[in-house]
Ligand binder design. Structure first.
Ligand code: HEC
Ligand code: HEC
Length: 404
């Protein structure tokens, strides 16, 4: 299969003093917290109406006024802003062509619009890029849940030869070789940069990128206004969709539990792979547990409208197709010869076309990008932001509409 995706790398020449501002000014890190966070004793703390509500245990599944699970916050404004530069900077990759934002682009719901992501040298990855919205609340990462922290997760993309292709030594040499980065790390970690010859450390790199990621909060959608008590925030058809979503028949909320729209568990659904792709064993591998074969982490449905195509494999091009999967019958897409232990909430709800339409109407009320961060205007490395184009968006689903 020929992939028509092209990476176009545009180096921006900023003159001899790489990393200095366009006018030669050094970059000064932001000393304000991002929106949704309050500066408290020098650290940014999350503020959300959901913090007023009882926990899931007390409120019960499917309740609208349900509190948030544990979250990460408490980084300084400077660490968060440094993380933003690192997140967008392709200098972190072996050949300077791939940044985190290549596959987690703010304008694509922090995903990439592809069924399967594309890394360094055009390598096509086995799975699709999940959104990064609300990762602050997650306790496991990757589709198969194999990482347990943001810091542990990012070792994957940074050092995988198909993603960014770097290695710890190269990454440190690169960053320490750039005076602009040494200067920024000194702003973000002043206590570590007292000595004139202090060097950037890996744990600082990971912490800063994590600090940036935890600021990607999306909890101000029209659905949220409704949940907080503004009855007019949703239309009649959308409320109908919400009620189907929470119903005992559709059971969506059992796994996609508000307010995050994920219960963070692994579930075996039996979603199909793209035509021609081998079966993905999912969580069976990291858990070493045959009953979890074909199991994937329940993804958030926040900003789901923005992150087509859907599922771990990007198998479904539209939200309507993804939702219709659930009414196709238990195990209907499991390949011959696979015996999967499909989750007991996956049954045959026999939803009508209208009900599927209402579910889609409802899912679109979960869109909220009000706290979307700005990409940096210029990068400390002097490289340009990475741009990429999908020449033929139809290619992402491998062109097939097979619902076997
Ligand atoms: C080449 C594309 C690519 C690049 C570059 C990339 N990612 Fe990802 N990212 C993915 C894919 C694909 C997955 C899912 C992989 C899997 O589940 O096996 C993923 C998963 C994640 C997750 C887990 C989200 C969840 O809900 O479980 C986080 C967090 C993440 N990436 C952050 C980053 C950061 C930070 C960087 C830069 C250091 C980065 N990614 C670079 C493609 C990429
Ligand atoms: C048993 C738990 C469970 C139930 C019940 C459930 N889901 Fe899911 N959902 C999942 C898992 C797990 C995935 C990821 C599966 C994969 O990638 O193969 C998923 C994926 C999705 C996706 C695609 C998300 C993405 O980022 O690609 C949508 C949309 C979705 N579900 C909507 C629904 C709707 C609507 C319902 C009710 C009709 C529902 N789900 C019921 C567990 C569940």
């Amino acid at each position: 299969m020929k992939h028509l995706l092209q990476l176009i790398f545009i180096p921006l020449l900023l003159g001899a003093a790489a990393g200095a501002g366009a006018a030669g000014e050094p970059i000064v890190l932001n000393d304000d917290c991002p929106p949704g966070f309050e500066l408290t004793a020098g650290h940014c703390e999350l503020r959300s109406l959901y913090q007023m509500y009882p926990s899931l245990q007390d409120a019960g599944v499917g309740g609208l006024k349900t509190g948030l699970p544990q979250w990460r916050d408490g980084f300084t404004p400077q660490q968060t802003d440094l993380g933003r530069y690192l997140f967008f900077d392709p200098v972190l990759s072996r050949d300077g062509t791939v940044s985190c934002a290549t596959c987690h682009a703010p304008d694509k719901g922090f995903s990439d619009g592809l069924g399967r992501s594309v890394g360094i040298n055009g390598s096509v990855l086995p799975r699709s890029a999940p959104t990064l919205w609300n990762v602050a609340f997650l306790n496991s990462f990757f589709w198969d849940g194999r990482a347990t922290s943001l810091e542990g997760q990012m070792l994957g993309p940074l050092f995988d030869k198909h993603e960014m292709g770097s290695d710890p030594q190269l990454l440190l040499e690169t960053l320490n070789g750039l005076p602009a980065y040494r200067q920024l790390f000194a702003q973000a970690y002043p206590e570590d940069f007292v000595a004139a010859d202090a060097q950037i450390r890996l744990d600082q790199v990971y912490a800063a990128i994590a600090a940036f990621q935890v600021t990607l909060i999306s909890l101000n959608s029209r659905y949220d206004q409704y949940a907080h008590g503004y009855a007019d925030a949703l239309t009649e058809p959308e409320i109908e969709g919400l009620n189907i979503f929470r119903s005992f028949v559709a059971r969506c909320a059992e796994c996609h539990t508000p307010p995050l729209f994920t219960n963070q568990q692994i579930a075996v659904l039996g979603t199909p792979e793209p035509v021609g792709m081998p079966f993905d064993p999912g969580a069976e591998v990291p858990l070493n547990e045959p009953t979890q074969r074909g199991g994937f982490k329940v993804p958030t449905l926040r900003n789901i409208e923005l992150t087509a195509p859907y599922m771990h494999s990007g198998r479904f091009a539209t939200l309507r197709e993804a939702v219709a999967f659930y009414t196709g019958g238990r195990g209907h897409a499991v390949p011959e010869g696979e015996e999967l232990k499909i989750h007991w909430h996956i049954w045959e709800p026999n939803l009508t076309d209208e009900e599927l339409d209402r579910l889609v109407d409802f899912l679109k009320t979960l869109t909220d990008e009000s706290f979307k961060p700005e990409p940096p205007r210029q990068l400390p490395s002097g490289l340009g932001l990475v741009h990429f184009e999908v020449a033929d968006a139809g290619d992402i689903n491998n062109g097939e509409e097979d619902h076997e």
